[in-house]
Design a protein around this ligand. Structure first.
Ligand SMILES: [Zn+2]
Length: 382
């Protein structure tokens, strides 16, 4: 599989290419398994049997039966994909990217599954309540309710969901904090907090992010970034995250979700009416045996929109990078932090065009470095 001659991916080690290819394949297989399960449930009529069993078990009590049905669906799906999840865990170790013990990983799996069950139950109970109350306009009401929940979840994520898996502490580094204050002042904005993210207990990878909304909006910096990167490099990473903040990327992404879910709910409504009234697959709109159909629609839509959403995300990342170039005195620390991150996280510096186009939420590191160099040349030239 080795290619001769100069090519844009020559800066990537075979190891990095193999690792990223394996991860992409795992993602694809995971999606195929999910789709196959949903289609199988629908065409074999198994979903109807599950609904009958759930109703029997719940003595015909609708909400409880729906909970049983959701739990069974999530359990089947977890059993089918557990092998893949375990394989991903092993892959991280095989490439020396993980510090996590098996027991800790298993505990994370349990917590993630329970969280998924809790959130899914909440959303699905709400959804079918609205369908029962308003079979004609349910999709508009459910859309509005889901947006409200989405904003609420974005708000509580850094204080409720993330701490289930990682520890966080307010950043304890005066020098860095002062640099951030200076950066924020220049931006004419205020970030509510910077937190040290205890990532190294589980991963050797470094990371940073802007999370939360309103009062919970904060920058989180992985401890293994804080320990191994120079202050100038960390400032560059902070400036990039501040760029997301200044350009209101979280808010804009929510706006994008609002538009997409509008069409998603509309499509779901059309499909549901068709399956009930024309195909007679289900007796009523509120027959929750049709849940796999709704999940199928949202899964297929998300998959088809992935290139578009990733393109939008890459646009935001470039904007945050540009903000970073403008706020730091030299782009050199940005370039060195990019190179360090690529090496530490075994990222592909130059993925193939179609991989970047379809899968990647961030521009290729080689491109980000080239943009920094170009920007600095322009500045020197002017
Ligand atoms: Zn970013």
């Amino acid at each position: 599989m080795t290619r001769e001659g100069p090519n844009p991916s020559s800066s990537d080690t075979p190891e990095a290419r193999r690792y990223n290819r394996t991860r992409r394949w795992l993602g694809i297989v995971d999606l195929v398994v999910a789709l196959a399960l949903l289609v199988a449930l629908l065409i074999t009529g198994l979903t109807g049997m599950m609904r009958d069993l759930a109703l029997q078990g719940a003595f015909e009590q609708y909400s409880l039966a729906l909970f049983f049905y959701v739990a069974a669906l999530l359990l089947i799906s977890k059993l089918l994909t557990f092998g893949l999840d375990y394989y991903s865990f092993q892959i991280e170790h095989r490439y020396h990217l993980s510090n996590q013990r098996l027991r800790s990983w298993l505990w994370d799996e349990v917590k993630a599954w329970l969280l998924e069950l809790g959130l899914a139950t909440l959303l699905v109970e709400l959804l079918y309540y609205v369908i029962r109350e308003s079979p004609e306009h349910w999709w508009l009401i459910a859309w509005a309710a889901f947006i409200g929940l989405f904003i609420f979840f974005a708000q509580i994520a850094p204080v409720v969901f993330l701490p289930l898996f990682y520890k966080f502490e307010p950043l304890d580094n005066e020098q860095l904090k002062q640099r951030l204050v200076r950066l924020s002042e220049r931006a004419g904005t205020r970030v509510r907090g910077v937190y040290e993210w205890k990532l190294s207990e589980k991963s050797k990878k470094a990371n940073a992010a802007l999370t939360g909304l309103g009062a919970t909006r904060r920058i989180i910096l992985a401890d293994n970034l804080l320990q191994n990167y120079s202050d100038d490099e960390i400032e560059a990473v902070l400036a990039h995250e501040l760029g997301h903040h200044v350009h209101r990327h979280i808010l804009k992404s929510i706006g994008v979700q609002i538009v997409i879910t509008f069409f998603g709910f509309w499509a779901a409504s059309v499909a549901l009416h068709y399956s009930v009234e024309r195909l007679h697959l289900f007796e009523t709109m509120s027959d929750f045996a049709n849940l796999p159909l709704l999940i199928l629609i949202s899964t297929v839509m998300s998959f088809m929109l992935m290139p578009l959403l990733n393109a939008y995300s890459r646009f935001n990342e470039r904007q945050a990078d540009r903000y970073c170039f403008e706020s730091i005195s030299s782009v050199q620390p940005f370039i060195s932090s990019m190179n360090k991150l690529a090496e530490q996280n075994l990222a592909e510096r130059s993925p193939s065009t179609w991989v970047e186009w379809f899968f990647n939420s961030h521009p290729a590191i080689a491109k980000r470095v080239a943009a920094a160099e170009a920007w600095s040349n322009v500045r020197i030239g002017s």
